[in-house]
Design a binder for this molecule. Sequence first.
Ligand code: ADP
Length: 470
Amino acid sequence: MKVLTVSPEVFPFKKTGGLADVAGTLPLALKKEGVDARIVMPGHKGISAHMKYVTDFAVDMNMFKETAIIKEGRSGDVPIYFICNHRYFDRDVLYGYGDDAERYTFFSNAVVRMVEEGVFVPDVIHCNDWQSALIPALLKLGPKTSPDTDRPATVFTIHNLAYQGNFTPGSLVLTKLPGSLYNMDGLEFYGQMSFLKAGILFADKISTVSPTYAQEMQTPQYGERMDGVLRKRAQDIYGILNGIDPSVWDPFTDKNIPHNFDAKGFKGKEADKKDLQHEAGLPETRDPLIGMVTRLTDQKGLNIFMPAVEEMLKMGAQIVILGAGDDHYQNALRALSVKHPGLKVFLKYDEGLAHRIYAGSDFFLMPSKYEPCGLSQMICFRYGTIPIVRETGGLADSVKDLSKDPQKGSGFVFLNYDPAELKACVGRALDFYKDRKALDDVRVRCMGLDFSWAASARKYILLYEKALKG
Ligand code: ADP
């Protein structure tokens, strides 16, 4: 099977979020399963990779033509194509420009053209997020359509429904898709033209990054106004959990943490906790330590955390937070940490400190409002740190509640988005902490959980097979 993954960002070349991790790691895991996996992304400014020229061609932008230069590099043993164009991609950041619709229309058309030119002819094109969502529509309805049996099958993955790529109606002209598509059952979305809708309506199969989010996004509560469109495709929507790279997140080899350890004993973990307390200026006691590494936004549950935090400290927890984000949360947290010696906040992005928090904490808190997948809960498992999470999206799919199932549980889970439920859940975790033997048993259990990419890659292959049959 030949699969081309299309993404606007790919780790390690360019990354602004989890999408880059998926687009960079999944193809490597597919390759190990015997797939001829390749990647294509824009040749953004500042990518340092060995690239060789492959070809170039003009992309018809309706009123004018723009040149796409195709270069090829490698990510491990996976070939990666870069679509280069000075005017569109030689920029400091990836998104947020007035001509984003034009830039990613060009990108999508160039990918289709690259396939037509035979640079790589995949069985399946796997598109990710709105920046490549036009591709399924272009293959079906674009100017050079071929019979359905001749075109590659398409899978469209939504990583976060909040990002939809909605632009002025005139944006449709550039795509060269039929103007008749601008209606409620087509690409029109509340007076705008929506790239995301193109992916949802025209991809052979749709996926998102957890089974629970696949259901949630079809409801008004989580649907970001796309739930109606998604429900129309309910039969074709799948949820596949993302994975993490267990070699990056390994307490036995991690160079970012002062004391390495494995599931055979937690002396190293205890020493990491002491060091973390020291680094954070927290009292170096045996009190339970709760860590958070997060964007400081509503999505991550900050507006139920803020009213609950003082109570949690009163219950005897220490809390250390590493995060950057909304100013009002930063200011409120800064003010609280001045008042409470048991709370420390680091308002920045810091990879090394993130590792030290995963390793040195007893619990890891994720009270998310919604969470398409979430990686931090999988990461903290690796370090024997027990997650406390809200039952939503990927958190619901990866953390089993210890209160409901002490034999198989892996964390503490609460359902409703409510500060009182959060407090009660933290209370259960703090009670549990008193039983050292039970705590260590659960740590060992968490460390044995497998959230690597291999299992997810096999699920994607099954999905590609379904797309091909469809
Ligand atoms: P999202 O992609 O929605 O922010 P995820 O849980 O999927 O949430 O992934 C977040 C990733 O970013 C994790 O690997 C987490 O450790 C990391 N991260 C988040 N904030 C910070 C920060 N301030 N410093 C270091 N790493 C961070």
